[in-house]
Design a protein around this ligand. Structure first.
Ligand SMILES: NC(=O)c1ccc[n+]([C@@H]2O[C@H](COP(=O)([O-])OP(=O)(O)OC[C@H]3O[C@@H](n4cnc5c(N)ncnc54)[C@H](OP(=O)(O)O)[C@@H]3O)[C@@H](O)[C@H]2O)c1
Length: 161
């Protein structure tokens, strides 16, 4: 199954200055648990935001026309080439960023969205609109408050109608 996993603010912001605009430790744990053992596909800038270090216990695929394959990472020129490498995996996660999410939205079968209740006025990267004619929310966690940022957040799962 092709999944998108993302954390989005109330104004659909996902990035600022090459990084995520918040650090929510519980959400990072959720991300790790959801994606471990699976294939993750990311854009080149997201790869750079990880310090060009592969995520452990996952097949790391980077979509890029410019980066070279390195240890622990496979580089491919398109999302389609990335997906072609994932046949052995039950779940594939597109993990960002904005540009790759846009390409992946038409192909995705499930969205794992952490809604972070803040407005990031100086964001430079945004998630595309979630079209509720196409998607329905099938589950949502309880709202938690992140102790470091004070932001309320919850994790929702959307599947195609
Ligand atoms: N909130 C979240 O959950 C979340 C998750 C991930 C990332 N982010 C944030 O998002 C930002 C990065 O997003 P971004 O949109 O700037 O960049 P990105 O999507 O991570 O990377 C863009 C680059 O990836 C390659 N690429 C992406 N889509 C492609 C496609 N369909 N076909 C071929 N190549 C493709 C190209 O690489 P080349 O130029 O090398 O060809 C492109 O320049 C950062 O701020 C990051 O922290 C947020």
């Amino acid at each position: 199954m092709i999944n998108i996993i993302v954390a989005i603010s109330d104004n659909y912001a996902i990035g600022r200055g090459g990084d995520i605009p918040w650090h929510i430790s519980a959400d990072l744990k959720y991300f790790k648990k959801a994606t471990s053992g699976s294939a993750v596909i990311m854009g080149r800038r997201t790869w750079e935001s990880l310090g060009c270090r592969p995520l452990k216990n996952r097949l790391n695929i980077v979509v890029s026309s410019t980066v070279q394959q390195t240890r622990g990472m496979v580089a491919v020129p398109s999302l389609e080439d990335a997906l072609a490498l994932t046949d052995a995996f039950e779940n594939v996660f597109v993990i960002g960023g904005g540009q790759l999410y846009r390409s992946a939205m038409p192909l995705a079968e499930r969205l794992l969205v952490t809604h972070v209740h803040t407005t990031v006025s100086d964001a430079d990267t945004f998630f595309p609109e979630i079209d509720m004619d196409r998607w329905q929310q099938v589950s949502v966690s309880e709202t938690q408050t992140d102790p470091a940022t004070g932001y309320d957040f919850e994790s929702a799962v959307y599947e195609q109608r």
